[in-house]
Ligand binder design. Structure first.
Ligand code: ADP
Ligand code: ZN
Length: 578
């Protein structure tokens, strides 16, 4: 429906073009040669003229008995017409242009007006303004309908959503018992974990239309536009009877107001949020409309959204564990030719990968296999795709790299790798490379992180040391005044871990077992001392890292030199060196 509306604007564009063509063609046809006035008087005197056409222009058109045409200056004397008529010459007065000329220009004018009007209407937030709205009618288009089979893992979420599907299919059943089914469901969890997929599957399983929109589409510069869009969306959904409305990034409109950090309220956001809440309380149980919203963080949402009768069912969609990863990989490999791929092994290596990242890993492997003209996707393709997904594509053109820069990168990466191997042997280093990537890294070290839900304090400290290993190696080899910007990403990672230790995990002195964000507006009084403590933690760990690398200088040199030669080192090669 929306699609057709979107293309209405084509009609005035076509009519405008057609009328322009007609105008150009007729004006070309009516082009005649111009001749001097003396020719005209000569022709007049020798009775060669049959017709003269005069209009408002300074020229008049002369048609001879022979059929030839030319134009000449119109002297605009009062006597001319009389003289012509007396000579038996027909005089056509076209001071008002003929209909054949006015129609095309009229149509052109109307078309241009229609185009402008449509564009204005669109930008003002009319029905068709929600251009990014996706609408799929699974009640008609049964083939496109996804079901829960398309979602691997996420068993708890699926089970919880099964109720919603049943409710959409048989609302009467629940009414009979006076049960209040959720009007709103919030799916929360990391990006790419399959929230959109689940919402689509709910609509698909229930066979009802699916409307999808992103919260950021509602937030507009003009106050009131977002609210109008919300009302519009619900109007459309209601006209279909049953429906699933999916709002991605609900936090864009439903972020908690003034939680101490920025007290400023935003009129447009509030109006949009209120419109959403009003619409949700406006439809009854019997209507069979369920709103599913997605967010990365449940704790960021305005409490008003979460009250009973609104989004009162909250379902976590977590990152897949090793079994779920295996299922997701199998699902996406199912229709792709592959051979000798140990899916279990890849599942083990892809700790913290979301479903979307796994899908992209499989897709990237398929692309590599196609480029190789290989009959199958092989383990090598997956291996290469793994690096690409984590670090980006290798830069092919690297002749511009200076030797001294390569040396710096080699020692930097060797530092990460060596500290990792020495302190966190359980986090296997699978690859170190000094080939720059298109994502901007000079090189990188890949390790497979521990697959658990919680980490111990010594693990976190060692993680920080691994991160600092790059900078520490640079300092040891090249001196303090030759350190580089290469540690930029490492430093933000380090800061992140240290901050979390002190403010969230209760591992610091300043706050003890207090969580910083829970103390609300009071938090600012702790800001400086928290930063001071983090700085000390990181500084101490950095000094320990320097010591560790100095003690193992021989291994550091070996890895760096080998890296310079081979550019990339894998797990087995590294184990031989250290
Ligand atoms: P989210 O909405 O949580 O950001 P999406 O639902 O958009 O994530 O997931 C993006 C893509 O990742 C999906 O289209 C699908 O290909 C893949 N994907 C994510 N999770 C899963 C899963 N559990 N099973 C299968 N594929 C998944
Ligand atoms: Zn680094």
């Amino acid at each position: 429906m929306n699609k057709i509306k979107k293309y209405y604007i084509i009609i005035p564009i076509i009519t405008a073009i057609l009328s322009l063509i007609v105008m150009v063609v007729t004006s070309i046809n009516s082009k005649v040669v111009n001749k001097g006035y003396s020719y005209f008087t000569e022709d007049l005197n020798s009775n060669k003229i049959s017709t003269v056409i005069v209009d408002t222009s300074p020229k008049m058109t002369v048609i001879l008995n022979s059929g030839d045409k030319y134009s000449t200056d119109n002297p605009h004397t009062d006597t001319l017409k009389e003289k012509l008529l007396l000579n038996g010459i027909e005089v056509k007065d076209e001071t008002t242009p003929p209909i054949s000329k006015t129609i095309p220009s009229g149509i052109l004018g109307l078309s241009l007006f229609a185009i402008v009007a449509m564009l204005v209407y669109k930008s003002k937030g009319g029905v068709s303004s929600v251009t990014s709205m996706e609408m799929q009618d699974f009640s008609k288009d049964k083939k496109a309908a996804l079901n829960f089979d398309a979602v691997a893992g996420n068993e708890e979420a699926k089970e919880s959503l099964m109720d919603v599907v049943d409710f959409l299919k048989n609302p009467e059943k629940y009414q009979k018992y006076g049960a209040r089914m959720p009007k709103g469901v919030i799916l929360y969890g990391d990006p790419g974990t399959g929230k959109t997929l689940l919402a689509k599957a709910v609509a698909g399983e229930a066979g009802v239309p699916f409307y999808a929109l992103s919260g950021s589409d509602f937030v507009q510069v003009y106050v009131g536009v977002g609210a109008a869009r919300v009302r519009n969306l619900f109007k459309k959904a209601k006209s279909q009877g049953k429906a699933v409305i999916f709002i991605d990034e609900i936090d864009a409109i439903g972020k908690a107001r003034g939680n101490g950090k920025n007290g400023s309220s935003n009129d447009e956001k509030d109006q949009t949020l209120n419109a959403l809440l009003t619409e949700m309380s406006g439809f009854g149980q019997e209507e069979g409309i369920v709103v599913i919203a997605a967010t990365n963080r449940l704790d960021m949402l305005d409490k008003a959204l979460l009250r009973p009768g609104r989004f009162d069912r909250h379902i976590e969609v977590a990152l897949p564990d090793v079994n779920a990863r295996e299922k997701i990989l199998s699902l996406h490999l199912k229709n792709k030719p592959h051979e000798n791929i140990d899916i279990k092994d890849i599942a083990k290596k892809t700790v913290y990968f979301s479903g979307a990242k796994l899908e992209s890993l499989v897709n990237e492997s398929a692309i590599l296999a196609a480029k190789d003209n290989s009959d199958y996707i092989t383990y090598d393709h997956i291996e290469n795709a793994y690096s690409i997904t984590l670090a980006g594509h290798e830069k092919k053109e690297r002749s511009y790299l200076k030797e001294e820069d390569k040396l710096l990168t080699a020692y930097h990466e060797a530092g990460h790798g060596l500290v990792n191997m020495l302190l966190l042997p359980q986090d296997k280093v699978s690859k170190i490379t000094i080939i720059p990537t298109t994502k901007g890294a000079g090189g990188y070290t890949l390790s497979i992180p521990e697959d658990t839900n919680y980490h111990r304090i010594d693990y976190l400290k060692n993680k920080i040391k691994v991160s600092l290993g790059g900078r520490a190696a640079e300092e040891i080899i090249f001196g303090k005044d030759k350190i580089s910007t290469g540690a930029h990403g490492d430093i933000s990672q380090t800061t992140d871990i240290a901050l979390k230790m002190v403010t969230e995990y209760g591992m610091g002195e300043t706050l003890g077992l207090i969580n910083l964000s829970s103390v609300g507006p009071l938090y600012s009084s702790y800001g400086n001392s928290v930063i001071e403590e983090c700085k000390n933690i990181v500084n101490d760990l950095y000094n320990e890292t320097l010591k560790l690398l100095n003690k193992n200088r021989a291994s550091l040199d070996k890895i760096a030199i080998e890296l310079l030669e081979k550019e990339t080192l894998h797990e087995d090669e590294l184990n031989k060196l250290v």
